[in-house]
Design a protein around this ligand. Structure first.
Ligand SMILES: [Fe+2]
Ligand SMILES: [Fe+2]
Length: 166
């Protein structure tokens, strides 16, 4: 069962998540996205969980702002679609959106907006300014979520260190 961090709703079951579920169903249920459960991301969670977090909160934000929430949700779910665990180097930060886009094109039918969202989500670290409002929303949400996930990691590792001294 899948649940975005901080959300009460189970994507596969909750009536409150029905619209989101409808928007992402094909990508969420695919082998390519399910495989992301095998890989760690930002040290404290799986890449699947990170993508779900970005997808869900981008969806809510786009819906609130009157943008295309379905496209933002779909693209958010596959914006980090690469099945390996490379070191978080500068070159990886710059190159992984292209890898994710290549993999997404291979696995799904994606729109121009979804392509832009995936390719531009690392701006301004990677060159190429986002073209659509949905791309800006996912780009900002990704950074916010990454920061939040890193704080969770810091909290967990601080607890482990503290236990050693007690
Ligand atoms: Fe990314
Ligand atoms: Fe990401």
């Amino acid at each position: 069962m899948s649940k975005a961090i901080g959300s009460r709703y189970i994507v596969e079951l909750s009536p409150q998540a029905a619209d989101f579920r409808k928007a992402v169903r094909d990508v969420l249920e695919s082998d390519e996205v399910q495989e992301l459960k095998e890989f760690r991301h930002h040290k404290c969670m799986t890449r699947f969980q990170h993508c779900l977090n970005v997808s869900y909160y981008s969806y809510l934000l786009c819906r609130k702002l009157g943008f295309n929430a379905d496209e933002a949700a779909r693209a958010g779910m596959i914006h980090d679609l690469y099945p390996d665990c490379p070191k978080c180097s500068r070159s990886h930060l710059v190159s992984h959106p292209e890898t994710a886009l290549k993999n997404a094109r291979k696995a799904f039918d994606i729109s121009k907006v979804e392509e832009d969202v995936i390719l531009k989500h690392m701006w301004p670290i990677r060159r190429g300014r986002p073209k659509y409002p949905e791309s800006y929303v996912v780009m900002i949400t990704d950074k916010y979520i990454a920061f939040f996930e890193f704080c969770i990691y810091l909290k967990k590792s601080a607890k482990v260190r503290l236990k050693k001294y007690i």
